[in-house]
Design a protein around this ligand. Structure first.
Ligand SMILES: Nc1ncnc2c1ncn2[C@@H]1O[C@H](COP(=O)(O)OP(=O)(O)O)[C@@H](O)[C@H]1O
Ligand SMILES: [Mg+2]
Length: 258
């Protein structure tokens, strides 16, 4: 409990700091982007200056992406809630990531339960979460001769939750590394490849939905009980959120309505 408490306090203070820094950085980034776009008109892309300006623009956009991730992480960006079909969203995500995965000899297996319950969530944020998991799985398998990515969804036995699993046959996560993977800025990837924000942002989004993320590495085959290499992330989401906000019909608990 002490460790958990210390970790949530750390998350909260890093979140506040991150939100502050992100707000401050957003304005000058917008100015840099604006001026480089203005200058681009005077220098075509086939000139040296034009090429440099395009690099500045690309890198500034990369910074803006980090800032957005930071703001999401600190949950400063507003969330909307709507009925979300996870299967539909996952099929779309698979369609856009399929090509780059197949370039690295990764086969996708999808096993989406057609009777999956809907969840109430911010679909765009959830999409971001699953893209993060798929990207991580991709990174873990890209240096291998081949790999397999299994994406599955199912209802829990008591129908209160849905479980989405993203499983890869990549290099796995050691015990020591596993302790840190949800920490903001924790990455084992080289500079430019990882920001270490994917899982911490995803953690924030899933926590806001009162769900949880389980990590399995190495993975145990549910049928044979065998241990297989790779990693599985299970994302568990409540079908009906416990805390329902907003206007409901019915009487108050006290029975008095003014
Ligand atoms: N599927 C996976 N297989 C192996 N390692 C993983 C996987 N997913 C996450 N990790 C580990 O967790 C770290 C943090 O992930 P993340 O927060 O997404 O940041 P980033 O991808 O930018 O490094 C990664 O650097 C990697 O070490
Ligand atoms: Mg990542």
């Amino acid at each position: 409990m002490m460790t958990q408490l210390a970790s949530s306090e750390k998350m909260a203070s890093i979140g506040q700091m991150a939100a502050g820094v992100a707000h401050e950085i957003n304005t000058p980034l917008g100015v840099i982007l604006g001026y480089s776009q203005l200058l681009k008109d005077d220098f075509p892309s086939n000139t040296e200056v034009g090429e440099s300006l395009r690099v500045i623009e690309r890198q500034t956009r990369a910074c803006q992406k980090i800032v957005t991730d930071l703001l999401n992480f600190s949950r400063q960006s507003e969330s909307s809630r709507e009925d979300t079909s996870l299967n539909e969203m996952l099929s779309e995500v698979i369609a856009v990531t399929e090509h780059s995965l197949s370039m690295d000899h990764i086969t996708i297996h999808q096993n989406l339960d057609p009777n999956l319950d809907t969840v109430t969530a911010d679909t765009e944020k959830l999409r971001q979460v699953f893209i993060n998991f798929i990207n991580n799985a991709h990174h873990a398998m890209e240096d291998m001769a081949s790999g397999e990515l299994c994406i599955s969804t199912r209802n829990s036995a008591d129908s209160r939750e849905i479980i989405a699993t993203i499983q890869d046959t990549g290099h796995g996560i050691t015990k020591t590394i596993r302790q840190n993977i949800f920490d903001p800025f924790f990455t084992t990837k080289p500079v430019g490849k990882g920001t270490g924000l994917g899982l911490s942002v995803s953690y924030g989004i899933i926590e806001e939905l009162e769900g949880k993320i389980d990590v399995e590495s190495p993975v145990t085959d549910p049928e044979t009980g065998d241990t297989v290499s790779g990693t599985a992330f299970h994302i568990i989401l409540p079908v009906v959120p416990k805390k329902q906000h907003g206007i409901t019909t019915g009487t108050c608990a006290s029975g008095k309505v003014r």
